[in-house]
Ligand binder design. Structure first.
Ligand code: MNH
Length: 469
């Protein structure tokens, strides 16, 4: 008997393979749609290369098992390696710097460490609201959330101010980053002659300028801290520059510190910003859910007093809105896993050691076997604890899985709950009735072109600004 292969999309081209039906603009949404049609697994074979996608909760659970499978860093992630090298996100599993950096930085991301970031996070949200109050009643959601999240990780992580809300133009770091990601993503689609065209049109040079600029920002951040060190470690940068790995006694070397800072600036803002943007879209289009969340916030902050650290954990309704948002629109649309040894998936499909596949979260998160027939509906009450307990845990993985899961999860929750609660408390908002959801893909998913009209609510003060640090 021949080896059993997972189903493939229709219209296989002889010799070349499954090239029909690729979508270079919205590849993840296209892949999710095909999984919806074919089933929980399918495989594209292109010129002998095999690309496998999983979209069912049960089959994903198998590859989430760290005993048999592990994070893979295949070509799409390797494209980021020239920028982030062995930073946490792009490190190979066996690179010693992953273990070192993970051991040194994990303490900065526990729930209790969030206390030290809280005032700064609240301050940034407050600056955003002040900017909104001074402008007309219509905001570009993705752009505003991007500024918020970049400013938050910049200040909390590295004491670096992009001054996102104090000036008209965005910091040059943002367009450089966006252009860099676009360039890198384009390299992932094989187009003959691109190298030549990119060189002739100046695209390659422009990319190099972007990279140089981003490196310069990071090197300035490091130099500034080395000139003005803190007495005690206060943020990620302090930990990186001063802490010794408990196992080896080593500190992170200078090059690795730069890799980590770039990694955190990128990984720490896009996904959070996009999740917040989707949450605002879903609330604006589900006024009943917005009213429920707003009522919770109003009750807690009836006095208009400052948002305290302890109160963020009490915003259970707001948290459920965020969880349900990331279920429907996982802004990190998937993750890669590779077999640690020869193995068989789903009792029938053999995978060789090192063979990799992608878990497509948008499909796993809508698997009717876990989420029921209304899986496409926005219903935050799914995350009430009784419903959560009644469900298997493997149907929901917005932060990835296992050893290499997101280190910034608590940070992202704290930031997102605080921001969403403050916006709900301070503004009534509505979506443009003519807007239909357009989900753009630039490594992450985000709602494109979505604007929100906002009206300041009577008597709703912003969170009181934290003392300047
Ligand atoms: Mn984050 C890894 C999603 C916010 C820093 N993050 C991951 C992975 C997912 C993910 C999925 C696993 C990728 C993989 O398996 O290849 N992250 C998110 C989402 C949000 C998010 C959906 C917000 C919402 N991430 C953040 C924030 C930070 C951060 C905020 C930093 C402050 N994430 C990381 C880092 C890794 C990571 C660093 C790599 C961890 C590792 O491999 O050790």
């Amino acid at each position: 008997m021949g080896v059993l292969r997972p189903p493939h999309p229709p219209k296989r081209v002889p010799l070349i393979g499954d090239i029909i039906g690729l979508d270079p603009v919205k590849p993840m949404q296209n892949t999710a749609r095909i999984l919806g049609e074919i089933g929980p697994i399918y495989q594209r074979r292109i010129l002998g290369m095999r690309l496998t996608f999983l979209g069912g909760a049960d089959i994903a659970a198998e590859v989430n098992d760290d005993a048999t499978w592990q994070k893979a860093v295949p070509r799409p992630l390797q494209l980021l390696r020239p920028i982030a090298e062995d930073g946490l996100f792009t490190a190979y599993n066996d690179e010693p710097n992953w273990h070192k950096a993970h051991a040194i930085l994990a303490p900065a991301f526990t729930q209790s460490s969030m206390r030290s970031y809280h005032d700064t996070m609240a301050q940034v949200v407050d600056e955003m609201c002040s900017a909104w109050d001074g402008a007309s009643g219509d905001v570009d959601v993705a752009a505003e959330m991007t500024k918020l999240a970049l400013e938050t990780i910049g200040r909390c992580g590295f004491g670096y101010r992009f001054d996102s809300f104090g000036r008209r133009e965005v910091d040059p770091f943002l367009p450089a980053l966006k252009d860099m990601l676009e360039y890198i993503q384009a390299q992932g689609v094989p187009v003959p002659g691109r190298k030549v065209v990119d060189a002739l049109t100046g695209r390659t040079r422009q990319h190099q300028r972007n990279v140089d600029y981003m490196f310069k920002v990071v090197d300035d951040v490091i130099a500034d801290r080395q000139t003005n060190p803190h007495d005690e470690p206060r943020d990620l940068l302090d930990l990186m520059l001063t802490t010794k790995d408990p196992e080896t006694g080593d500190q992170l070397d200078a090059r690795n510190v730069r890799n980590q800072i770039l990694t955190f600036l990128v990984a720490g803002h896009e996904t959070t910003a996009s999740a917040l943007s989707f949450a605002l879209y879903l609330l604006a289009t589900h006024p009943d859910e917005a009213a429920k969340a707003r009522a919770e916030v109003d009750e807690l902050w009836s006095t208009g007093a400052a948002v305290r650290f302890e109160e963020v954990a009490k915003l259970r309704t707001v948290r459920r809105v965020i969880d349900e948002t990331m279920r429907l629109w996982p802004t990190s649309p998937g993750y890669f896993r590779e077999a640690k040894q020869d193995t068989v998936l789903d009792g029938r499909y053999p995978f060789k050691q090192g063979e990799w596949l992608m878990v497509v979260l948008q499909q796993v998160h809508r698997d009717p076997a876990v989420w029921g027939d209304d899986a496409d509906q926005f219903r935050p009450d799914r995350f009430q604890s009784d419903e959560v307990r009644a469900r298997p845990g493997h149907g929901y993985k917005p932060f990835g899985t296992g050893l290499r899961a997101c280190i910034g999860r608590q940070f992202a929750y704290h930031e997102m709950i605080l921001a969403l609660a403050t916006i709900l408390h301070r503004y009534d908002f509505a979506a443009d009735p003519g807007y239909t959801l357009d989900v753009a893909e630039q490594m992450t998913l985000k709602p494109a072109g979505f604007r929100l009209s906002i009206t300041r609510r009577a008597g709703a003060d912003a969170s009181a600004p934290a003392p300047a640090t």
